[in-house]
Design a protein around this ligand. Structure first.
Ligand SMILES: [Zn+2]
Length: 251
């Protein structure tokens, strides 16, 4: 682990986080390539480079557009910072390895999907379709878990979530099903089960907190994608440790 490299990962993470926000907000409505330069979502003005520095621009402008004074979504700085921290932590934990490559790819999948699900309640097919071949290729070069475990994880994830959607009648949707299925392929059956458990646990905890705050009624639907992403990251960094701890606890 090298401090300078960790900082470089953090800075690249901030910059890519900024890009992932744009991807998450524009892919669902098909405007990703409509305008190449970044613009204000409200007044459509093209932003200057001073307004494009991750996190810093948001703080300096006190969260508002410099021209129209419209509030800028808190999602931008939060996701930039999250991406920066995750990129740095991935290198800190795994160094220069295939695992770090997998981590970066996972972050690149999770951050835009989380943004899109929070903003539009949508997990775009386009993003899943874009990333699936990349994960398949990476799996061919880094056969851990084995390819059979990946196939088993895919089948398990699809059938488990499919049955739960049929039984629960609402809550999770087709987007969540596809998202879970890709993660089943990435993690294999054992880690996937942990991931699924954690995602529902996080969702339930957050649901209870929101209920306490009375920020919504019982019928309110909360997007489930962010909890899937959070669970996937937990499993990526700590899954093996949690499983080992759990097995030693049983024996
Ligand atoms: Zn504006």
């Amino acid at each position: 682990m090298n401090t300078i490299v960790t900082v470089i990962f953090f800075i690249y993470g901030l910059v890519f986080g900024s890009f992932f926000n744009v991807v998450g907000l524009r892919v669902p409505n098909g405007t990703l390539f409509a305008q190449t330069r970044s613009y204000c979502d409200t007044c459509q003005r093209t932003l200057t480079w001073k307004e494009l520095i991750p996190v810093w621009s948001f703080l300096r402008q006190r969260g508002r557009c410099r021209q129209c004074k419209e509030k800028i979504s808190l999602l931008y700085p939060i996701m930039e910072l999250t991406t920066g921290l995750l990129a740095a932590f991935t290198y800190y934990r795994y160094g220069f390895s295939e695992q770090t490559l997998l981590g970066i790819l996972l972050i690149a999948l999770i951050i835009p999907l989380t943004v899109s699900d929070i903003a539009y309640r949508k997990i775009p097919n386009k993003m899943l379709l874009f990333f699936t071949p990349l994960f398949v290729v990476l799996r061919l070069f880094n056969p851990q878990p084995s390819f059979w475990a990946s196939l088993l994880g895919t089948v398990l994830a699809f059938s488990l979530v499919f049955v739960i959607i049929l039984l629960s009648n609402g809550g999770m949707g087709a987007g969540d099903l596809k998202y879970f299925t890709l993660l089943g392929f990435i993690f294999g059956p054992a880690l996937f089960l942990l991931l699924f458990f954690l995602a529902t646990l996080y969702g339930a905890i957050m649901g209870m907190i929101l209920m306490r705050l009375k920020k919504g009624n019982r019928k309110m639907t909360i997007p489930f994608g962010p909890y899937i992403g959070l669970a996937a990251l937990t499993v990526f960094y700590f899954g093996e440790t949690i499983l080992q701890w759990y097995l030693s606890f049983l024996s």
